[in-house]
Design a protein. Structure first.
Length: 80
């Protein structure tokens, strides 16, 4: 996640869309993946207040019902 955020800054992009890396073929728990990704994005932005990144979105395919349910149960404050 750190590398993704750094690369986003390197190309001076303001927004990024991230898939639930690891929750598909790798078999990690979707709820753990969602928690780790949101925590890492939040931590990165908290330690890089000068960041050009203003919008981080986690992309979930409609066909993946398990991941879709996890996205809807995450409290909004964890995504900010």
């Amino acid at each position: 996640m750190q590398n993704i955020m750094k690369e986003t800054e390197r190309i001076n992009a303001r927004s990024i869309a991230i898939p639930p890396i690891g929750a598909g073929n790798l078999g990690y728990s979707p709820s753990i993946v969602a928690k780790v990704l949101t925590e890492e994005a939040t931590n990165y932005l908290g330690t890089h207040p000068e960041s050009c990144i203003t919008d981080v979105r986690f992309v979930i395919l409609d066909s993946d019902e398990t991941l879709l349910k996890v996205a809807y149960v995450l409290p909004l404050h964890e995504l900010l």
